[in-house]
Write a protein that binds this ligand. Structure first.
Ligand SMILES: O=C(O)CCC(=O)C(=O)O
Length: 311
């Protein structure tokens, strides 16, 4: 369970690190199955793997999609009660797991992820951030360090919608604007807001750096921010209701692996998905409330990515 201070930090910075959420045999199985997916992708076998193309035309595996359909463990960790509790405390309304992916920096792979905001915030039409908190949940499978290409984030700019990152070089974004390296251990979890500027350098070490990403959302976030996903009728799971319906499947996978149930946790499953029922949480539409209270000059300063004054 998060403390009030952790929740406030999350809403202030747009990033929150949770230490040691996954441990022991659960973490080991997750690492092993993720490694099997990485080996498959590296060998250019199977489906839904992504490859980075270097200027000389060579390709390097760096990402896979649809992890939930590959092994029970990916569904099981997605519904770990302690994790769902922390998510519910930060969202402030019912939510469901909507999307997942796996980013894999192999030893010496040297694939950078250039600075960006995640969809939909690369689009300048998003002048303000949607009022319901929207963040990725990043489950770390390996030690992630400055040397092996950890994620860097610029805290404090996630409420102001699109930010013009192209005004700056990649070096400036890493060095001059208050970027922080997210140094993580296996089993740690990072909450990162989709709207928060972030990027990472390539991995030139002999270590792996792998992260399982899960995007949980409230209904309104999917239906407004990702309306195009729903319109894609080729994906039978496109609607919120269809994705929310997978919760039972995920809980069954967790039970098969002997994982803990929701019993004893401040959580319930309702028609709109998981609901946090404890006392220390986030009010509905909280980012809208924060934005309404933000003076215009502060909004403009955050939008321009000027370094924030000491808080
Ligand atoms: O894992 C990383 O280095 C960053 C991944 C990322 O930002 C993304 O997939 O949007």
């Amino acid at each position: 369970m998060l403390t009030r201070e952790q929740i406030e930090q999350f809403h202030r910075d747009g990033f929150l690190i949770l230490r040691g959420v996954f441990q022991g045999p659960e973490l080991k199985l997750l690492q092993d199955r993720a490694h099997a997916v990485a080996e498959e992708g590296t060998a250019k076998q199977g489906q839904y793997h992504l490859y980075h193309t270097f200027p000389d035309g060579t390709k390097k595996y760096y990402r896979s999609e649809r992890m939930w359909d590959r092994h029970d463990i990916f569904q099981s960790v997605t519904v770990k009660p302690e994790l769902l509790t922390a998510i519910g405390q930060c969202v402030g309304e019912p939510f469901a797991p909507i999307n997942d992916s796996f980013v894999c920096k192999s030893p010496g792979g040297n694939v950078p992820i250039v600075w960006h905001q995640d969809p939909p915030y690369g689009n300048p039409a998003w002048e303000r951030t949607f009022p319901v908190p929207n963040f990725d949940v990043d489950i770390y499978l390996d030690r992630s360090t400055v040397e092996n290409g950890c994620v860097w984030g610029i805290p404090g700019h996630h409420l102001v919608g699109h930010v013009d990152l192209k005004r700056y070089t990649q070096d400036e974004l890493f060095e001059n604007l208050g970027a922080v390296p997210m140094v993580m251990e296996p089993g740690d979890v990072l909450f990162h807001c989709l709207s928060a500027p972030h990027g990472s350098i390539g991995n030139t070490t002999n270590t792996w750096r792998r992260i399982f990403y899960v995007h949980y959302m409230a209904r309104s976030v999917l239906e407004v921010c990702y309306a195009d996903w729903i319109k894609n009728k080729q994906d039978p799971r496109s609607s919120y209701d269809a994705r929310r319906a997978r919760i039972d499947e995920f809980m069954a996978a967790r039970a098969r692996l002997g994982g803990s149930s929701l019993a004893g946790h401040p959580l319930k499953v309702g028609p709109e998905g998981f609901e946090y029922t404890g006392p220390v949480g986030t009010p509905r539409n909280y980012w809208g409330t924060l934005l309404d209270a933000m003076p215009a000059d502060e909004f403009a300063r955050r939008k321009s990515l000027q370094p924030l004054v000491a808080r």
